[in-house]
Design a protein around this ligand. Structure first.
Ligand code: AMP
Length: 192
């Protein structure tokens, strides 16, 4: 089984690359952001709760997010592996994921971090907001809060995975295909 964490700030291109990697390596793509948005669209209780945080640019509480992620993994017993996109976003989530996978004799094989500077991130988010209509990409205050949440709660995960010897950094600026090739190179070089 190949389990990949795709890591990076909002606007780094995680979603785009996760779809391509899932196809190439035959993995189930789990994006917590996409799952929350689907729940919002369907008006579920989880969606209503998640929306109250997402609308402010805050992270959804760990307990809710972890439970949801574990339930999504459990729905796919036949998966050849997973690509986690936008999860974990806190140390508590990363520890919960490790515990959850260990309990199934599984492991994260590699954490790929997309590196993009803040100026480029802002430019991409604004463009994505215009193209997709995503509310949290169109409001400057929300975007600023998301970046704040990333810097304070998510960025420390780099050290977490570095200590485990799993972190591989990839330049997230370039064409989609160039970045994809770099990600594949890291996977192929580090997974036996
Ligand atoms: P994304 O589509 O990954 O940019 O996520 C959009 C929003 O969903 C984030 O700004 C958070 O409010 C929420 N979200 C997504 N993934 C997580 C997570 N792992 N933990 C907490 N909140 C999350």
């Amino acid at each position: 089984m190949l389990n990949i964490v795709l890591f990076g700030p909002p606007g780094a291109g995680k979603g785009t690359q996760a779809v391509k990697l899932a196809e190439k390596y035959n993995l189930v793509h789990l994006s917590t952001g996409d799952i929350f948005r689907a729940n919002i669209k369907n008006g579920t209780e989880l969606g209503i709760l998640a929306k109250s945080y997402m609308d402010k640019g805050h992270l959804v509480p760990d307990e809710v997010t972890i439970r949801m992620l574990e339930s999504e993994v459990n729905k796919r017993p036949d998966a050849k592996g997973f690509i986690f996109d936008g999860f974990p976003r806190t140390i508590a989530q990363a520890e919960a994921l490790d515990r959850f996978l260990t309990g199934r004799n599984l492991d994260i094989n590699i954490t790929l971090a997309l590196e993009v500077n803040e100026e480029e991130l802002t430019r991409r988010i604004i463009l994505r907001g215009k193209e997709s209509g995503r509310a949290d990409d169109q409001n400057e205050n929300i975007v600023r809060n998301r970046v704040k949440e990333y810097n304070s709660k998510t960025a420390p995960l780099k050290e977490f995975y570095k200590k485990q010897g799993k972190l591989k950094e990839v330049n997230g600026i370039g064409t989609i295909d160039e970045i994809f090739r770099q990600l594949c190179r890291q996977i192929n070089a580090n997974i036996t």
